[in-house]
Design a protein around this ligand. Structure first.
Ligand code: NAI
Length: 296
């Protein structure tokens, strides 16, 4: 896919991975609307885009992706400033690495609202517009390696990110006949402000007793200093992540990964699924005739 001259909308675009995407997109000759809930991140993003000589290709909007009315207004603003929108990046997310057994209703509702519901808000707002202009389009949903592999102690995050992968696969199948692409972006570690998420917790999701955002490795892991240093060496920069996403859009990739070191874990997971299913060739053939979409 040729991206030059196209327009992208990146949620959570003022920090970390979203900003990395915005830089790559603008660098490739796209126009980018950077939407974020945090003013301080937006200020920082303005400065970084200007330093990179990319400010002319970008606009900046304050948006809470869980606010549907505000989302509609943001879309109108983007269209009047930049014209038709082609690439939607549902990237805003919070890194709530809490275990399911310890989380509150508020934790769960908030994580689901941002990490899952916002994807639907984005698609519901933008898809009719992409269909209407007929110039093609692409949706990138930022999941995580935690959308493919669970990691202990972070059940809330894992559950939301598995949902992002399922949402992406289903939407891709839905939109393929219209020539609109969809990718599930599953990064491994990327340097960002992801663990600073408590700063934006709205009052309606406040916990009765205020907790601090967890710092350091997620609960359930006990890394030595050496392990942490080795892990750090595997962590990508937001700019590297941005370039990988740009390539994924060009290739209309279903999955976009940054971290091949997770291959053995993924292999184990799918091996376990296959072992648990067993095999019955006759049943498979019958099912294939009846429900081709489900079987392959
Ligand atoms: P980040 O915290 O640096 O960036 C996320 C941005 O989203 C922030 O600027 C934040 O203000 C914004 N945001 C939060 N709530 C919002 C809302 N309601 N409306 C609009 N914007 C909102 O973190 P990062 O790491 O760049 O995260 C981006 C995405 O990447 C997230 O979905 C995260 O789950 C995912 N991810 C990150 C990984 C990492 O290692 N950094 C690994 C795998 C996935």
């Amino acid at each position: 896919k040729d991206v030059a001259g196209k327009t992208a909308f990146v949620t959570g675009g003022a920090s970390g991975i979203g900003l990395g995407m915005a830089k790559s997109f603008a660098g490739a000759g796209m126009k980018v609307a950077i939407a974020d809930i945090r003013e301080d991140h937006l200020d920082q993003a303005r400065a970084e885009m200007a330093d990179a000589g990319l400010a002319n290709n970008a606009i900046f909007l304050t948006l809470d992706v869980t606010d549907r009315d505000a989302y509609e207004e943001a879309a109108q603003q983007v269209e009047s400033a930049l014209g038709n929108l082609h690439v939607l990046c549902n990237n805003a997310g919070i890194g709530m690495a809490k275990s399911i057994g310890k989380a509150s209703y508020q934790d769960w509702d908030w994580a689901v609202d941002i990490n899952i519901n916002s994807l639907f808000n984005g698609v519901h707002t933008w898809l009719p517009r992409i269909r209407a202009h007929g110039e093609g389009g692409h949706v990138v949903n930022t999941a995580s390696m935690a959308g493919i592999l669970q990691y202990s102690g972070a059940g809330i995050y894992v559950a939301t990110k598995f949902a992002v992968v399922g949402f992406s696969e289903a939407l891709r199948a839905e939109l393929a006949p219209e020539g609109i692409g969809v990718s599930a972006f599953c990064p491994g570690g990327v340097r960002s402000n992801l663990r600073d998420y408590e700063a934006t917790r709205p009052g309606r999701f406040a916990n009765a007793q205020q907790e601090d955002a967890p710092s350091g490795p997620p609960p359930g892991f006990n890394f030595s200093e050496d392990d942490l240093a080795r892990l750090q060496s595997l962590t990508a920069s937001p700019e590297e992540a941005g370039e990988i996403v740009l390539q994924g859009i060009r290739d209309n990739a279903l999955y976009i990964f940054t971290a091949p070191e997770y291959r053995p874990g993924v292999q184990q997971r799918f091996d376990a699924v296959m072992r648990a299913m067993g095999e019955d060739a006759a049943r498979t053939r019958t099912a294939q005739d009846l429900i081709p979409g489900l079987v392959g």
